[in-house]
Design a protein around this ligand. Structure first.
Ligand code: C2E
Ligand code: CA
Ligand code: CA
Length: 766
């Protein structure tokens, strides 16, 4: 029953779709991942640039601050000597002490503050002192810088003359003019300050003060100082922009009248570039990790999808296949028939639909158990599949029912050949758990061509044909023919008529076939047999209407009626046994035994005189009301008989375990006596076994003297058959009993006109 061992052909279409997975899962994921990592890199690049831009802006601002700061510093540094009483006094001295001036207002400023040049101008702007690079020079050198310096001094004097305290800047002690200018071809800070009293004790005429001029070149020590203090790299001054290398930062320098003096250049600090240079590898590694993670995720997803696809395919397979045989089930079968019919309608060959039924399968299931039944079904399915072409479909459509769809059928002979092959194969015994089981197969089939019939009609026809095959005696195949519908119609009519017969009375009659002791020919009892005289069709065989009654449930009222008739009749036959046929369906009613007990009480018939004839399968049906009834009946003393023993599926080995009193050997065995030695051996075995287990035996259907002699020789207890008498009417049976033909029964002359009837009966059963 394992799933894995099933045939793999006909696997469903819902396999895992790899293309779709690549297109709709992998591709979008990769695209999104690429887009995200691309965006991350762009963002990094942008923020690096932005950081650099901000940094440059800062550096430029810092540089301009540095220049302003240094410029202001110079004024402060100057004031350390220009706002001082000593300086004012020394300048008023004649001759002036050049050495003192140099020590305090020249070389001192140079060595402490890096002021490159200091000049002192008298109230008439004549140079009285000059010191450059810490060296005392003659005042005449001032002429070299006068052009750059004097305009600033003029502006200072104008301010001084105003003598407005508002002109003295915060944090300063005196007014001043500070400016950028080109001095001796170099950019420089030029600062002019009046020499004034720090105590205020020495009063001077505003504008008439001595003026100290400090010059600080921007391309000399200034650069080194700014570079050191504010951390600019490779700070330089260039008068001409064109000379500045590209990667450097430019800072234009303007003098007071906004003329460009030149440019400061430096190698800028670019944090963004550095950060991005440092982050880039980390980001790349992160991206790679993310990609690896994504890859892993996709791989897991892939595996899951594959597994899911497999599960889906398996579920699809299970939805369309029978779990036991692995064959297509009814759903898939219908699909196949439909597609076959579509092909046929398109003129691409006919379709044949075969219905196959295992004969007496139920008995195997009941006797050997369900596992054995399952094995049998599997083996049957395997055999059928082995006999068909790959284009045919073998399906299991019911418990023990298979169907085959044949496509592209051009001749009926093809279908017939397949049927023959199936029949041949079924004749090989099935080996189930060590038991050799013979199991015939009944086949009914129907065909469809380009112009129909449709699915439902085709299925119906195959079903009708199968029904026909079974009613013809099983183990055969039958093709659907139109008149089968008529037969079916007839069945329906029979059913309706049987209802009427049961309701209105007069048509049905119970007849009684005598049974004799084999030993001495004494009449021992009767078997009650139902007769139906149809008002239009004449007599109808119970073999025709009993199965219909069983199928339609009519068997219950019918059986009850026969039982009442038989028990009543038997009341008039002292010491004789009455055998009544009981259908398995009647025993399913839990009240059956109770009702029979009531009937026996009512008719006064002793239970020991009543025998119920049951088929073997009835005896071994599954537990339930059935078994309960049989047990109660036996408890009451009613005797049980196995009818038709040896037909269909029989199991000699089980004989001992059956709780019965008698077995009736089927008439087919009796007919074979003298013709088939194997059948005779079977009969002998049955009788011997029955005797060994104290069972009585009855031979039915004894038609000839020879059969009587042989069956007697084999040791059978009772005899029944046309050789002695067919079933008699109630009145004739009464007469037979009254005649008291004790011991005369099996001998000639038992009844009147016996010879004539015997001749008739030998020709065939009535
Ligand atoms: P059965 O139980 O096997 O009954 C014996 C059948 O064999 C009867 O057929 C009988 O007429 C026939 N028969 C007797 N002697 C001979 C003979 O020497 N040669 C041949 N060839 N046949 C012989 P019948 O009456 O047609 O009944 C057929 C079957 O219908 C019965 O088979 C039984 O299974 C069923 N049946 C008949 N009456 C009833 C009934 O009241 N209730 C139920 N449930 N089934 C019934
Ligand atoms: Ca019988
Ligand atoms: Ca029988």
């Amino acid at each position: 029953m394992s799933f894995g061992s099933q045939p793999t052909r006909n696997v469903g279409p819902s396999e895992f779709n790899k293309r779709a997975f690549l297109l709709w899962r992998v591709l979008p994921t990769i695209l999104i991942a690429l887009a995200v990592s691309g965006a991350a890199f762009l963002l990094l690049e942008w923020s690096a640039r932005e950081a650099d831009r901000l940094s440059l802006e800062r550096q430029r601002r810092l540089f301009s601050l540095a220049v302003m700061d240094m410029t202001e510093n110079i004024a402060h540094q100057q004031e350390s000597v220009t706002v001082w009483d000593d300086s004012v006094l020394h300048l008023q001295e004649e001759p002036r002490d050049q050495e003192w001036l140099d020590a305090n207002m020249g070389s001192w400023l140079y060595s402490y503050f890096g002021i490159d040049a200091s000049y002192l101008l008298d109230p008439d702007d004549r140079a009285i002192f000059a010191s450059e690079q810490g060296r005392l020079l003659t005042p005449e050198v001032f002429a070299g810088v006068a052009a750059a310096v004097l305009p600033r001094v003029d502006r200072l004097r104008a301010v001084l003359r105003r003598d407005d305290p508002a002109d003295v800047p915060d944090r300063m002690d005196s007014a001043g003019v500070t400016d950028l200018a080109m001095v001796r071809g170099h950019p420089a800070i030029v600062s002019a300050k009046p020499v004034v009293s720090d105590t205020g004790d020495i009063v001077q005429t505003p504008g008439e003060q001595y003026v100290h001029v400090a010059v600080r070149y921007l391309d000399g020590s200034f650069l080194a100082e700014v570079q050191e203090r504010y951390l600019f790299n490779d700070l330089q001054f260039d008068a001409d922009v064109a000379n500045a290398p590209g990667a450097l930062q430019l800072y234009p320098l303007f003098d007071g009248s906004d003329a460009t003096l030149g440019y400061f250049t430096w190698r800028p600090v670019l944090p963004g570039a550095g950060v991005s240079r440092r982050i880039l590898p980390a980001l790349a590694v992160l991206c790679m990790l993310a990609f690896a993670g994504l890859g892993l995720f996709l791989w897991l997803l892939w595996r899951r999808s594959v597994a899911l696809g497999a599960t889906e395919a398996r579920m699809h397979y299970m939805a369309l296949h029978d779990a036991l045989t692995g064959l297509p089930n009814r759903a898939m079968f219908v699909e196949r028939v439909e597609s076959a019919l579509t092909r046929s309608a398109a003129g691409r060959g006919g379709t044949a639909l075969l219905y196959i039924d295992l004969d007496h399968f139920k008995q195997v299931n009941d006797t050997l158990g369900h596992p054995a039944g399952d094995q049998l079904i599997q083996e049957a399915g395997r055999r059928l599949q082995g006999l068909t072409r790959d284009t045919d479909t073998v399906a299991r459509v019911g418990g023990d029912e298979f169907a085959i769809v044949m496509t592209g059928v051009t001749e009926q002979a093809h279908v017939e050949r397949l049927c023959d092959r199936i029949g041949d194969s079924a004749r090989i015994p099935f080996d189930i758990e060590g038991n050799q089981i013979f199991m015939g197969m009944s086949i009914g089939y129907a065909m469809a061509g380009a112009d129909g019939p449709g699915l439902n009609e085709l299925v119906r026809r195959a079903d009708v044909a199968l029904y026909r095959a079974k009613s013809l005696g099983r183990s055969r195949h039958v093709v659907y023919e139109k008149d089968m519908d008529a037969l079916l119609q007839e069945r329906r009519r029979t059913e309706a008529d049987l209802r009427i017969a049961l309701r209105e009375g007069g048509q049905l009659q119970v007849c009684y076939q005598p049974i004799y002791a084999a030993r001495n020919g004494a009449l021992t009892g009767f078997e009650a047999l139902l007769r139906w005289q149809h008002p239009e069709l004449g007599p109808i065989s119970p073999e025709v209407f009993i199965p219909i009654a069983e199928e339609t449930g009519l068997i219950e009222p019918l059986g009850a009626w026969v039982m009442r008739e038989a028990c009543t009749a038997a009341g008039g036959w002292p010491d004789l046994v009455i055998s009544v046929n009981v259908s398995a369906i009647e025993l399913r009613d839990p009240d059956y035994a109770g009702r029979l007990a009531d009937l026996l009480r009512e008719t006064g018939l002793a239970p020991e005189r009543l025998e119920l004839e049951l088929t073997e399968s009835t005896m071994i049906e599954a537990p339930g009301a059935h078994m309960q009834n049989l047990r109660s009946l036996r408890g009451m003393g009613v005797r049980l008989v196995i009818d038709d023993f040896g037909t269909g599926f029989s199991c000699l080995g089980r004989l001992q375990s059956l709780e019965v009193d008698r077995i009736k050997i089927d008439r087919s065995f009796i007919h074979a006596l003298g013709r088939s030695s194997s059948d005779e051996a079977i009969v002998r075995a049955i009788i011997d076994l029955a005797h060994a287990t104290i069972l009585e035996t009855t031979a039915e259907g004894v038609e000839t003297e020879e059969q009587r002699a042989r069956i007697r020789a084999l040791g059978c207890d009772s005899l029944q058959g046309f050789l002695f008498s067919e079933a008699l009417s109630h009145r004739d049976a009464d007469a037979l009993v009254a005649a008291g033909t004790r011991g005369a029964g099996p001998e000639p002359g038992a009844t009147d006109s016996r010879a004539a009837r015997e001749a008739d009966n030998l020709a065939g059963p009535g």
